[in-house]
Design a binder for this molecule. Sequence first.
Ligand SMILES: [Zn+2]
Length: 477
Amino acid sequence: MLAAIVLSLAQSVTPAEVSYALTYRDSRAGLVSVRIDLPPASRGSRILVIPRAIPMGYGEQPFDRFVSSVSASSSDGSRLAVESAEGPRWLLGAPDSIVARIEYEVDIARMEQEVLAASDTSKARPGYLSLLGYSVLGYVEGLEESPVRLDLEVPETWPLLTTLAPRLPLPLGRDSASAENFYALADSQIVAGPELEVRALATRPPAYFALYAEGETDISLLSELAEQAMLRTIEYFGEASFRHYTVLQELLEPLSERHRYGFSMEHLDSATFYLARDGGLTGASSASDRARVLYNFAHHFAHAWIPKRSYGKGYYPFTWELAPVLDTIWFSEGFAQYAAIEAIADGLPEDEARAYRQNLLERRFRQNVATAPAFIRRMSLVELSRVASTRYSEDFRTGRTVFSRGGLMAAEIDDRIRQETRGTHRLRDALRHLVSWSRKNGRAFEIEELPTIFAEVTGVDTRPIFDWWLKPLEVRE
Ligand SMILES: [Zn+2]
């Protein structure tokens, strides 16, 4: 009996932390230094990997290209050999080496020059630093699930925010945070500098609006819309899936005509929005501009539930070196966007809500499906999802059609559930149930499981609707 107790205690000890220290100095503008300290005796852990694939980025960026001066040492401080390997990998030491510390630098200035999608790159501008975790932080193969500690150091007068532990007032110069594992670390962001402005939103759990603007915009108006979108989205899903949330918006002077602005990205506990400097919302913006921004916020916030915490295969665990091939983008994008439409509509008077929903379904989904090229229409939804897995925004015909077909599927399922339950249930209940199913099961769902999970709480058989929408558009009649 005693032996059994001792054993269970030993098993409950959490694995030792991997400790990251990230430093940015005024004197070395554009360059970030990273140090990784491994838990003692991480024997066999000899491969450093810098991510290329971006969670929900549906593509890759060559972040390893901006890494230099990689060094490694053992616990007695002796230097280990470092060899650049195939892919975004470095081989550290000899087979019997025990790696204790890894250090390297990342050239943020060059990254921003060479990665043309503003939503995929870190930025270093005068008085401002903005880092996407996965673009600068690597991991040691085999330690991806270890808990992580992060220590940050920036110029001592700079306000600093990590989305792992956002709070006001912002700490100056230094901060620390922890993350459950490498995914949570890599999917977080760090922003710092005197040009950063942060406001608290009146939400529970706490949420923050962080802005860096090189153009004109109205932070009060933006944070008000973010707050409204956040309140509506939490209300739709019934409860928050996160302990805190950060909305980061940047308005950037374009680096060149080839650089692309306008895409947003969602993360576990944050969403990032990147616009060119003239894209900001101001007091003079029209009602439809405001409505567009409100919807865009709600859309990306909804991803904190779908698919960040309720997902099909490939979203998690994540393959960092090559973008995963995904079967369920139509769900992740279509159902989350439909949820965002409903979340906003729920806050409107009934007739306005109906008009809002119809208008968004038409503009965001039906038009895209109607105008999709024939060869894309002929793809089954899973086939289209696989194609969009690496080309979603690169060739946005794939991304647009896959989310539109998913969004229309969600709308039809919602109509069916409301009809058959005489309005006592709706898709919202099925999605809430799926989120708690995912939390309980701790795994990806299979597509075939979705109708069963939905029926558990609504009693409505939606399988025929799933089957119909999953088929190629051309051959269904
Ligand atoms: Zn989306």
